[in-house]
Design a protein around this ligand. Structure first.
Ligand code: FES
Ligand code: FE
Length: 449
């Protein structure tokens, strides 16, 4: 395939072939920072991290460092954490409470809404001519969505709701938590951070819908350890719980969701927490409350997905959010927020926390397999000989089409297919190419034809 640092000619989702250089080339990476990350809404954190006025925490909007603050009036600001004098990060603590931040280099001081409020030697040194209103911290546009906080530094970007499109229903379902409250989740203090020798897209495309990689996680399945830390005493009945695995995709935005669709409405509660009656009771109540709340759509289980480009959520038992922070073509930081339902009994929060830590903590048993996969795939992306062949994304190419059941699709999302495919990845890369080149790609062209 031809080389084109603008991203054109590297990806052909009609043939399912992707040039390996999109994972390894510095010029492509630089362009991504401007045209993909620079023009998207990016997740930066959750309101439960700043419950009180004056609270703040450090985060990343893609590769850009930010400080997220709650001011005296309760409003949330996202500020580029870079001093406008000479570039030093203004705030140096992971989190805290402060009305203002003083840069440790020369002492310029900024309010927690970003205004430059103090300059040492202001009168003698600058003759009183420094226009402080022009030298405040760079501020992002902010969207607050059911407790989650998002930011973009692009004034021309669409509204957050337009950026989400139909994906909004799924994100809201997740952010409300099992109790169905407007801001039903809270973050467990402390964000898990890993660095892997991999391009950020390997993780993002995996979460979009790689149901093909089960073999990677066979070892933990063979060991048979219950990730809950409880002894397994399932009352799961596979016959009763007939469902189809779906890939739900949003070609306009590049987002994707993995879901189950159950055959029957008003389905029974299928316990996976039978060993602990309190936990079991909580999830049973939540299950039936959800049935009442959302009607027929309760047949849909929201398993997780991707808000393009780098926001990943895992729903159901492993309630968490991951942000892939791109550092270099072959280097990515993985930031993970672990959530629990805000109003759940402590025993439920404890069980969910243990589950998550076993799933993905420092000694996690599942997601660590994936980190190994993506770090190793980078070797193939950087090999000059392997570049003779593109990466292969042909699984079920052409066989996905639209929703094909006799009944109408009850969920939100434009294209749906069943089972194991690379459909979601192809849509992810169509959106990526569109942002990199400004040209509509295969699925959008097909929709227009
Ligand atoms: Fe911040 Fe100089 S770099 S005051
Ligand atoms: Fe995996």
């Amino acid at each position: 395939m031809g080389y084109d640092s603008a991203g054109g000619g590297l990806i052909d989702t009609r043939t399912g072939m992707i040039d390996r250089t999109i994972f390894s080339d510095q010029a492509i990476f630089d362009r991504e920072m401007d045209l993909v990350f620079g023009k998207s809404w990016l997740f930066v954190g959750h309101e439960s991290q700043i419950p009180n006025n004056g609270d703040y925490f450090l985060s990343q909007a893609g590769r850009e460092p930010v400080v997220v603050t709650r001011d005296a009036g309760g409003d949330v600001s996202v500020l580029l954490n870079i001093c406008t004098h000479r570039g030093m990060p203004v705030c140096r603590y992971d989190k805290g409470n402060a009305k203002r931040f003083t840069c440790p280099y020369h002492g310029w001081t900024f309010s927690n809404t970003g205004e430059l409020s103090g300059v040492p030697l202001n009168s003698e040194g600058y003759g009183g001519k420094l226009d402080r209103s022009k030298w405040g911290m760079i501020k992002a546009r902010v969207a607050r969505y059911y407790g989650s906080i998002w930011a973009t530094f692009d004034e021309a970007a669409p509204s957050f709701e337009d950026f989400l499109g139909d994906m909004a229903w799924w994100l809201r379902e997740f952010m409300m938590g099992p109790d169905g409250e407007d801001d039903g989740l809270e973050v467990i203090d402390g964000i898990l951070k890993n660095e892997i020798p991999s391009n950020w897209k390997f993780g993002a495309e995996n979460a979009a819908g790689d149901l093909y990689h089960d073999v990677s996680h066979k070892s933990v399945q063979r060991v048979g350890l219950a990730l809950t830390g409880l002894r397994t005493r399932h009352t799961w009945d596979a016959d009763k719980a007939k469902f189809r695995m779906l890939n739900i995709t949003f070609p306009a935005g590049g987002h994707a969701v993995r879901g189950n669709l159950y055959d029957v409405a008003g389905r029974d509660y299928q316990s996976q927490w039978g060993a602990n009656p309190e936990v079991d009771a909580y999830f049973r109540d939540a299950h039936f409350a959800r049935q009442k709340r959302i009607g027929e759509r309760e047949r849909l289980l929201n398993r997780g997905g991707v808000v393009f480009p780098n926001f990943i959520y895992n729903a159901a038992n492993r309630t968490s959010v991951t942000s892939y922070v791109p550092r270099a073509p072959g280097r990515t930081e993985i930031w993970k927020w672990i959530f629990v339902p805000k109003n759940a009994p402590q025993v439920v929060k404890d069980v969910m926390r243990h589950y998550l830590l076993r799933y993905t903590g420092p000694a996690g048993m599942v997601e660590q397999d994936d980190f190994e996969n993506w770090g190793s795939a980078q070797i193939g992306a950087e090999s000059h000989l392997a570049r003779r062949l593109p990466m292969n994304y042909q699984l079920r190419l052409g066989g996905h089409a639209q929703w094909a059941w006799p009944e109408p699709w009850i969920g939100a999302g434009a294209l749906v297919d069943e089972g194991v495919s690379e459909h979601a990845q192809r849509i992810f890369y169509d959106r990526w190419t569109e942002m990199m080149t400004g040209q509509p790609q295969a699925f959008r062209r097909e929709a227009a034809e």
